[in-house]
Design a protein around this ligand. Structure first.
Ligand code: FES
Length: 95
């Protein structure tokens, strides 16, 4: 593999576990690649399973807690080194 083909990666923490993913992808894509959506995304009102659908900021089915901020549309946020991401099991409150 040529040096120009080496893929850059970043490591983030998802629910306490380190996951290493390609740089530049969305948090939603990173999480989808490492978990089953039924175990990750839940409706904060009734707890039913949900999953990212549009991946372009329209459906709001991908909300997670990112770096302590609840209700983040994870499809619109690029992964960053050291980012801390958590499942959002409740509606979340502004901090
Ligand atoms: S997947 Fe639809 S808003 Fe993120």
């Amino acid at each position: 593999m040529e040096e120009s083909q080496v893929e850059e990666t970043v490591t983030l923490i998802f629910d306490g576990k380190e996951i290493t993913v390609p740089a530049g992808i969305s948090v939603a894509a990173a999480v989808l690649g490492h978990t089953h959506p039924d175990e990750t995304y839940t409706n904060p009102v009734d707890g039913s399973p949900r999953a990212p659908y549009c991946l372009m900021g329209v459906c709001f089915e991908c909300m997670l807690e990112v770096n302590g901020e609840p209700n983040v549309q994870s499809c619109l946020v690029a992964v960053q080194e050291g980012m801390v991401v958590k499942r959002q099991l409740q509606t979340g409150e502004a901090k």
